[in-house]
Write a protein of this length. Structure first.
Length: 366
């Protein structure tokens, strides 16, 4: 109760103007998340904590918002992917479109200028912002920089411009997913670390995946103790996190406890470790999702998952761990369905096509 009171007061103080409904919802969400973590999570999770395998279908039913005719556009989720560069345009598209396919109302992508026309051409549904800059692009356009190297002053100017573009929108988002197809350009990653700070300032929840995890592994304080952060590492990303944070190797014989220690060590962020069985922990409890999925390991399935986590995580205002369980269960069910239809030729786009059918099966629209 005291924690709740303190958090509400702090949040009220930090908002000088009358808060918009998005801000208010986010504040309530943060309060719920903080209080939940202080009290070892609410009843639903307590009830699940005696078994390690989560009941993904009932969690999905719990977190999926009903289709209410009184609701207006945006109330089922306004989300943004920070990712997409010269090399990777598929990953941010997969994440953004998956969120729309499972119920979000608006899906934005903030990517580099080169990637934007390509991502726009995949779908008119996405709102694409060509704002991120890679260092090679800046050097090409600035002779001074070419001759003298990239000065601190130039760097700051470009970064301020990028952050300004994102800042205009930040308050409107219910959740971000940071990293699919971001690439590893140091200048771009520096900008993205500032975007993370901005998201934290506005209490916007975020999912970190792909190259966002490369950034975070190197600068773990970017997410440390932020209760609204979810990390979704694959096998390699997890290995790097364990090595960096726990200073040891991945211990498969003790996977659950190691994941719990890792999440605890990062201040109670939620981690979804992807693999044959998905393992999820917030530093207190560990849940697994091993619903049968697909034997196809085509690239992009993790991107669907990150899109799914941030959609199921945000509008339901449930603790992050439930969003992870719901997204994992849904992706796996869709992957299984796609595989029955397409067998060896199953691609990530086929799995996305099956998201609606899988969701309808578990949680009918009417
Ligand atoms: N179509 C696209 O645009 C895609 C872009 N992607 C993006 O590509 C970037 C790099 O992600 P990666 O996942 O490739 O980076 P990783 O560092 O995870 O993987 C690098 C290498 O590890 C190998 N690997 C994969 N699973 C393994 C396993 N179980 N054991 C041992 N080695 C394994 C892969 O063959 C790959 O060559 C990210 O930004 C990501 O979001 C991916 O999401 C895939 C789809
Ligand atoms: N060996 C496996 N068997 C069954 N399902 C798996 C296996 N490995 C991963 N998955 C499923 O695929 C999903 C994506 O995990 P994966 O490890 O492929 O992510 P990723 O490497 O980040 O993908 P991406 O190519 O999008 O970057 C996981 O949530 C999990 O449900
Ligand atoms: Mg990935």
């Amino acid at each position: 109760m005291l924690v709740k009171h303190c958090v509400i007061s702090a949040l009220t103080r930090s908002t000088s103007h009358s808060p918009s409904s998005t801000v208010l919802r986010r504040q309530q969400f943060l309060v719920r998340t903080l209080c939940a973590s202080r009290t070892h999570l609410p009843k639903l999770i307590k009830a699940m904590s005696s078994t390690s395998e989560a009941d993904a279908e009932s969690v999905l039913r719990t977190v999926t918002p009903t289709l209410d005719p009184k609701r207006h556009k945006g109330q089922a989720g306004k989300i943004a992917v920070i990712g997409g560069c010269r090399e990777y345009t598929g990953a941010p598209y997969f994440a953004a479109i998956s969120a729309l396919r499972i119920g979000a109302d608006l899906s934005h992508v903030f990517c580099t200028k080169d990637a934007a026309p390509v991502i726009k051409s995949y779908s008119p549904e996405l709102i694409v912002h060509p704002v991120l800059e890679e260092s090679y692009n800046i050097s090409l356009h600035n002779l001074y920089v070419l001759l003298s190297g990239f000065s601190e002053e130039e760097k700051r100017k470009v970064q301020d411009k990028v952050i300004g573009e994102v800042d205009k929108w930040m308050e409107r988002f219910d959740c971000l997913v940071i990293g699919p197809g971001l690439g590893r350009d140091p200048f771009l990653l520096e900008c993205v670390s500032k975007i993370m700070l901005l998201a934290k300032k506005f209490n916007v929840p975020f999912v970190v995946d792909g190259d966002g995890l490369f950034l975070v592994t190197d600068s773990i304080d970017l997410v440390r103790s932020y209760p609204l952060a979810v990390l979704t590492p694959n096998v390699n990303e997890y290995k790097r996190l364990v090595q960096k944070v726990l200073n040891c190797e991945v211990d498969e014989g003790n996977a659950g406890d190691q994941l719990r220690s890792l999440a605890k060590q990062i201040g109670g962020v939620t981690i979804l470790r992807k693999g044959k069985t998905d393992l999820i922990s917030n530093g207190e409890i560990v849940k697994s999702v091993s619903v049968y999925g697909s034997p196809r390991r085509c690239g992009g399935q993790g991107d669907i998952l990150s899109g799914g986590v941030f959609e199921t995580f945000s509008p339901s205002e449930s603790p992050a761990i439930l969003g992870c369980i719901a997204a994992s269960g849904l992706l796996r069910k869709a992957a299984a369905l796609a595989f029955t239809k397409h067998k060896r030729s199953t691609l990530t786009s086929d799995i996305i096509e099956c998201l609606g059918e899988s969701l309808e099966d578990i949680c009918p629209a009417s």
